[in-house]
Design a protein around this ligand. Structure first.
Ligand SMILES: CC(C)(COP(=O)(O)OP(=O)(O)OC[C@H]1O[C@@H](n2cnc3c(N)ncnc32)[C@H](O)[C@@H]1OP(=O)(O)O)[C@@H](O)C(=O)NCCC(=O)NCCS
Length: 252
């Protein structure tokens, strides 16, 4: 498989600011890359037909995300997967926009206007991963959206914690990360009220899953989402173990 034509920015970005260590631990591997608004064609990632006429920025975030995925996949330990020359070593774009990962790999992507992050793991170990970044939402802006996304009891749990001012952003991001992690199994839209925050300990959010969702996930009742501030944004991450257990994988 050919090397990306421009591998430089990855190592540069990782030197400038490392991702939280828990994204690169316990069978996970993650990379990030700066977006510059261009189409990033020099990265050597072919576009799916549906993005052929997309704006340059969208083409760039697609290519940068796939480039991060390639690097993250190669760094998987203990054994990075080996692909034959007929297989691309990055996730394709699915018809529902969910990424289609190369065999043996599961992962997740997120981007904003400035950067893209990809995290991957082995599909033997994980059945779903979800990562999300969100810029802090101003309190006034969250008023309209609020009831669709969060229940007042969830926000109440964040009062008197370091997250109280960014409570809405945290919950919004965490639920999107959770959605990405469960989607490969449930393959449907998941309403924001199908997961309810029940506790926050050491920047780990505990979510109780509502009965329909829990049942679709093999009677899994709890999922954990890890949170951190990163480059001025709220970064959240959720992982589901390949083994079905009532209370799932908890990032270290
Ligand atoms: C799909 C969704 C999660 C994307 O989140 P976003 O903040 O808009 O965008 P991000 O930059 O963080 O993520 C985009 C990436 O998510 C991934 N993605 C898109 N749809 C996905 C899905 N159904 N499952 C998993 N990953 C998905 C893609 O890799 C995409 O990047 P790409 O198009 O370059 O490949 C969001 O738009 C959405 O539809 N949410 C509604 C459902 C939900 O979150 N419910 C909460 C349940 S508790």
């Amino acid at each position: 498989m050919a090397e990306p034509m421009n591998a430089g920015p990855l190592s540069t970005d990782d030197t400038v600011a490392a991702l939280p260590t828990w994204l690169d631990d316990a069978g996970l591997s993650a990379r990030w890359m700066t977006l510059d608004g261009s189409d990033m064609a020099t990265l050597g990632i072919s576009l799916p037909p549906v993005l052929g006429r997309a704006v340059a920025k969208r083409q760039g975030e697609y290519r940068a995300g796939r480039t991060c995925a390639r690097y993250a996949i190669r760094q998987l330990r203990p054994t990075p997967p080996v692909f034959d020359s007929s297989t691309v070593d990055w996730p394709l774009l699915g018809p529902d926009r969910a990424p289609i990962w190369p065999s043996g790999v599961i992962g997740s992507l997120t981007h904003n206007s400035g950067f893209v992050i990809c995290v991957v793991g082995a599909s033997q170990q994980f059945s779903g991963l979800g990562i999300d970044v969100e810029a802090p939402v101003a309190p006034d802006d969250s008023l309209g959206l609020g009831p669709r996304i969060v229940h007042p009891d969830e926000l109440a749990l964040l009062v008197n914690t370091p997250w109280s001012e960014a409570g809405f952003t945290l919950l919004f991001s965490a639920k999107e990360a959770l959605f990405k992690a469960v989607y490969p199994t449930v393959r449907r839209f998941v309403d924001f009220h199908e997961a309810r925050l029940t506790a926050l300990t050491d920047d780990i959010l505990h979510f109780e899953l509502m009965p329909d969702l829990a049942s679709q996930l093999g009677h899994q009742r709890t999922l954990y989402v890890r949170a951190a501030w990163w480059r001025g944004q709220v970064l959240t991450f959720c992982a589901r173990s390949a083994q079905i257990v009532p209370n799932d994988f908890r990032p270290r």
